[in-house]
Design a protein around this ligand. Structure first.
Ligand code: NAP
Length: 467
């Protein structure tokens, strides 16, 4: 496509996808959005770090050709549009890109540009690693126990934007339709005449692709478990369905490589007591078995038999080598990821739970200034790596904020491209700069004996520590 404001770098080549594999040339064109507010300072520091790491890793054999694309205030000033069509086109055409934070006005005005980009490019995985870097100030006693990766579903749930504002004709029409056709549901509304409504769709296809991505990634990266996070005890047909479909995908597509937590109990019971009957095993995994209704008991007995049928591939301790699939309720997970951080690994979540959880977990490893993120479609290969924090407007153009979130998002991006040497150098630079206590204001205020540096100086300190 011919672009109006975007200038395509002359010497770069496109990243493509062939047979499900990314094809990354030595001179890839990577689109970037600088971002609003502090995005300007952060991008300058970040791109210097990226270019230095590529140069140090490959000595000129490989080079990124950055292509600026526009969104947010800069785009609006230039073209009157917040998210120009050609920006979407560029990310579609060039597959992989990176962005700084963009302003989202609250209540009315434009909808979130970040959400719009994810939806338009169908970037269904929001991937957020939460890993501690030695020396980063943290509010918890053992931040080094934290090593989790969140796979948050990015395209549905309550974020779909199917909403009916209170007081509008649409709202009245919707409530009228509900009253007439679904009186039982209508009667559940405490204040039906003054309610704003949001619809929460959670589909089988949407669940399948996020859980599949989480399991595939966990297997490729030799992680030990995947937890399905849900509030299915309350929202049975959305969050509960997410849990049920998640297990279906795990068992249906990855049977040989995974074991569910309950299967580990059943197989473990049989191993420690080979004479144990199916019924005894059922009572061991569900101590309330005797009080259950006959149908429920039948279900548990069938579950035990199904697990024991895995004996050849999973029995005799073989299950200990498999990826463990389990589920956890969304409220308790906030507590346990703090009190038992070591026992969490990969977390697959729906959109809203994942949004809360990723920010909460980021606090344990140093906060938003340093937490990276990526939005990925593992089928098309398209991906946008991005800062997880906002534009922090009060610090705009002061060269003060921490560029860590965009820089570590870049680290993820280079790893995704297969340029592991660059990613390793970025991590080395970050670890070195923090260990030397050369940090931006946000870490300085929490550390003893630190040297406070500017955003740009932190980037330079990272480059110095790559050697
Ligand atoms: P914010 O921009 O994330 O800032 C909140 C606070 O977080 C800042 O005041 C600062 O804390 C700290 N912080 C953020 N970025 C930092 C960095 N790079 N280094 C160090 N500290 C950092 O959140 P907000 O003020 O709620 O949102 C501002 C705008 O950003 C809104 O328009 C919002 O919609 C948008 N937003 C965009 C994205 C995105 O583009 N992905 C995400 C979230 C929000 P201290 O004041 O304590 O130093």
């Amino acid at each position: 496509m011919a672009y109006k404001n975007i200038k395509i770098p002359a010497d770069g080549a496109k990243i493509t996808m062939k047979d499900g594999e990314l094809q990354v040339p030595d001179n890839p064109v990577l689109p970037f959005i600088e971002g609003d507010g502090t995005g300007r300072d952060i991008w300058k520091a970040s791109v210097a770090v990226f270019d230095a790491a590529v140069e140090k890793a490959y000595g000129g054999k490989r080079k990124v050709h950055w292509m600026e694309v526009y969104a947010g205030e800069k785009a609006h000033d230039m073209s009157g549009e917040w998210l120009p069509e050609e920006t979407i086109e560029a990310f579609t055409e060039y597959l992989i890109g990176i962005k700084g934070p963009l302003t989202t006005p609250i209540g009315g005005g434009i909808r979130s540009l970040n959400v719009a980009l994810r939806k338009m490019l169908d970037l269904y995985v929001c991937q957020r690693p939460v890993q501690y870097i030695e020396g980063v100030p943290s509010p918890v006693k053992h931040p080094e126990y934290v090593d989790m990766v969140i796979f948050r579903e990015n395209t549905e749930d309550i974020y779909t934007g199917a909403e009916f504002e209170y007081g509008t004709d649409e709202n009245k029409k919707f409530m009228g339709m509900l009253k007439e056709n679904f009186p039982e549901q209508y009667d559940k509304f405490r204040f039906p005449d003054t309610a704003g409504i949001s619809i929460k769709p959670v589909s089988q296809e949407g669940t399948a692709r996020i859980v599949r991505a989480a399991i595939q990634w966990a297997l490729e990266n030799k992680r030990k478990d995947v937890s399905l996070v849900h509030k299915g005890n309350i929202m049975k047909y959305t969050e509960g369905a997410f849990r049920a479909w998640g297990y279906e995908i795990a068992k249906g597509e990855f049977r040989n490589d995974i074991v569910t937590e309950r299967e580990t109990w059943i197989l473990g019971n049989k191993e420690s007591n080979p004479d144990m009957t199916v019924e005894e095993n059922a009572k061991a995994i569900d101590p309330g078995f005797d009080m259950m209704a006959p149908d429920k008991q039948k279900e548990i007995l069938a579950e035990v038999e199904e697990a024991l049928a895995l004996w050849d591939t999973h029995g005799n301790g073989k299950w200990k080598t498999k990826l463990n699939i389990r589920d956890t309720i969304a409220d308790i997970v906030f507590q346990q990821t703090i009190t038992r951080a070591k026992s969490f690994d990969v977390l697959a979540t729906m959109n809203l739970n994942g949004d809360y959880l990723s920010d909460a977990l980021a606090a344990q490893i140093g906060g938003m200034g340093i937490a990276p993120g990526a939005n990925i479609n593992y089928v098309t290969g398209r991906a946008i790596f991005e800062a997880t924090h906002g534009t922090a407007p009060k610090y705009a153009d002061l060269d003060q904020v921490n560029p860590g979130s965009v820089i570590l998002s870049g680290e993820m991006m280079f790893r995704y491209m297969g340029w592991h040497e660059v990613a390793d150098l970025i991590l080395k630079g970050m670890t070195g700069a923090v260990a030397a206590k050369t940090v931006t204001y946000d870490f300085d205020r929490l550390m003893d004996g630190a040297t406070k540096v500017k955003c740009s100086e932190f980037g330079q300190a990272m480059i110095d520590h790559m050697d």
